[in-house]
Design a protein around this ligand. Sequence first.
Ligand code: GDP
Length: 213
Amino acid sequence: MAEEFDADLIEAARKTFAGPVAFLKSAPALQHLPEADVPEVAFAGRSNVGKSSLLNALTNRNGLARTSNTPGRTQELNFFDVGEPLRFRLVDMPGYGFAEAPKDIVKKWRFLVNDFLRGRSTLKRALVLIDSRHGIKPVDREVMDMLDAAAVSYRLVLTKADKIKASELAAVAERTAEEARKRPAAHPEIIATSSEKGLGIAELRAAVLEAVS
Ligand code: GDP
């Protein structure tokens, strides 16, 4: 299930995220992307999966990533610079899977994300967040399909692990990892996290640093 990271990598990652992290820009369309000059790690997940909370926990900053639960207001990629001098970027991808999202919004999301995944030479990895309580949903599989097709390496990350019992977490982690192992571009190990309790955050930092090193 959960992966063991080297202690030196964990410590290097802790130091990296204790240093400067700054919002760079929002890109509502591809022509607004920042120059592809440093490695990037993207975060994807259904809306309400806990993506903003996880980005804030990862970077030790409250309010760095903001949630917008209004469908149609979140169709943009948000870029965050990590390190001074700049070492890499985090990319907060627009949340997906709004039940009530209008068709044109879903279409716009698909084009934006697909074009980004296929065309971004500096994108090293995507982290696909999965709510521990729900496991992988069909809409998550669509995103995994897009990543597999674009050959972008990705890792599945369980969120809100504090919300379920340890036995349930072990079961959902096993099921999720089993599905990951069948995917060509997915990392076979998953990471279980709780932004609320700090669980798995050190490992997630290590996984990000590993991806851009
Ligand atoms: P986003 O839409 O994916 O950015 O999700 P948010 O980060 O805004 O989180 C959605 C809701 O889940 C909020 O009410 C958070 O307080 C809650 N939440 C996020 N992460 C956790 C967690 O690790 N544990 C618990 N118990 N709640 C969480």
